[in-house]
Design a protein around this ligand. Structure first.
Ligand SMILES: C[S@@+](CC[C@H](N)C(=O)[O-])C[C@H]1O[C@@H](n2cnc3c(N)ncnc32)[C@H](O)[C@@H]1O
Length: 174
């Protein structure tokens, strides 16, 4: 499965879905641009981000590890993509206790309340390797959750930008 197949699969070809296309291509490009070997993803549900990252992992040879409180293991069916995927059916705060490796990208798209997003950032930022990325979704969609966390990180001097692509995506570099 390629990234174009993903756009086709989610029926995002029409102009009305350009924002969603941008979301998928952006995540894919970030993973490729950093030659990511390990990505941690919080929140699978529709698995758009999951598929975007996995298409990049096919090229870099890396691994995407995802967690969710709901068992979404069935969301990825493509066998070639599954070789690059690890799914963990556990809340992010618990999952992080079992992790030890530093990663290239952390993607935070779990529970969107301010408290959860803050906690995810606090828990997972230490796992981002120097020069790696932390990506927050829905910074525009949920101003009080991810949007507020984005503003706090910026005030703290973290190198971070907020992009308008589908519901807002903030990208921080460590
Ligand atoms: C917005 S959806 C993710 C969408 C997905 N990234 C995509 O692009 O299709 C949010 C997901 O976060 C999950 N979630 C909520 N709280 C969580 C937590 N504490 N730990 C892990 N996942 C959580 C929800 O079950 C839901 O599946």
């Amino acid at each position: 499965m390629t990234i174009s197949d993903v756009v086709e699969h989610y029926k995002l070809k029409d102009p009305e879905h350009w924002g969603a296309q941008g979301y998928i291509y952006l995540l894919y490009s970030l993973a490729l641009a950093t030659n990511a070997q390990l990505i941690y993803e919080i929140g699978v549900n529709g698995a758009r981000s999951t598929h975007a990252f996995l298409c990049a992992m096919q090229i870099t040879g890396g691994q995407l590890w995802s967690c969710d409180v709901v068992d979404y293991d069935h969301r990825v069916t493509d066998e070639k993509l599954r070789k690059h995927w690890g799914f963990f059916h556990t809340p992010a705060a618990e999952w992080r206790k079992s992790l030890s490796s530093q990663c290239d990208i952390v993607f935070i798209d779990g529970h969107h309340n301010y408290e959860f997003v803050s906690e995810d950032v606090e828990n997972f930022w230490p796992f981002v390797k120097k020069g790696g990325l932390m990506v927050l979704h829905d910074t525009k969609y949920m101003e009080r959750g991810p949007g507020e966390v984005f503003r706090e990180l910026k005030e703290q001097g973290v190198e971070i930008i907020d992009l308008p692509t589908q519901h807002g995506i903030a990208v921080a570099r460590k």
